[in-house]
Design a protein around this ligand. Sequence first.
Ligand code: NAP
Length: 323
Amino acid sequence: MKQSEEVIIVGSGPAGLTAALYSARANLSPLLIEGVPAGGQLMLTTMVENWPGYRDGIMGPELIDTLRAQAERFGSRIVNGQVQRFDLSETPYIVETSDARYETRALIISTGASARLLGLPSEQVLMGHGVSTCATCDGYFFKEKRIAVVGGGDSAMEEALFLTKFASQVTVVHRRDILRASKIMQDKALAHPRITFEWNSIVEDIRDPDKGVVTGIVVRDTKTKVSKELSVDGVFVAIGHTPNTELLTGQLDLDSHGYIQTNTGARTSQSGVFACGDVQDPVYRQAVTAAGSGCMAAIDAERYLEGLPQAAAGKGSEIRSAG
Ligand code: NAP
């Protein structure tokens, strides 16, 4: 059965939930399709210390719960489901999940980004058996174990620092000799007595798929080209993220890394389709910037709908007054 909607929002991180909040306050009664994992990357985070207004920080899942309740309070309808197909070739746009088919006059895409992987066959075999992309989820299983964290950005430093709560030793394996992470995160990690660094090193292999557990990693020095094995019990891959845009290839303009291209606010190359959050942001990628762009997407969608011939009267007054 087909369900007709005014606005559909896909994705339930801070961008999607903020878009839902603003669209709901514009009386658009948005339908938000959560996606998997519901709540996005903040559900995998512990303390968020840089969300304005929480002086002492707030836990990621609690922040998502609060945003969700706030969006629902104004009439957002949130449904569980994963989109399997978009058809943006003509309006109304079609959005299909495994158990529903929707058509919508405006679409806001906030599908976020997913953890990038090294691409090793051994990584695939051992994922969930000693290889992980989420210290918050799996760190607990590594009490008094030796762990390697791959990457040199804020995520890698955050994972490494978090894992020191459990691990006896954390080794950060980074492909260069300069960290990409922010100065404060670098300083914390570099000063930590249980964190060591393997500089200019790439992970060539993870041992031992035959045993079904992680027993070590083979790292190659990019300068000397010499490989060596390090004994570790777990590997946390923290090398960034890929935007979740596979279903949109060929339907919207994407940049060379697959991020949705937006201009003048949250507008995409397709009129009536808007994007917000990490799916269109390769630069800032913060919860607060995602939320800000969600607000922009809702306002842009509301103004787009108002401009359509059949737009319902009276919608959107609250958005403009909330300005
Ligand atoms: P990122 O900044 O893109 O860093 C990715 C890291 O992984 C880089 O050091 C990169 O090396 C390395 N890398 C990428 N592909 C690799 C590969 N195939 N093999 C080996 N290493 C590879 O990603 P991120 O750390 O996930 O951070 C993303 C954004 O979120 C950033 O804006 C960051 O500030 C933010 N963030 C903030 C916090 C916080 O404030 N608490 C926490 C997490 C993330 P190169 O350096 O050589 O490119």
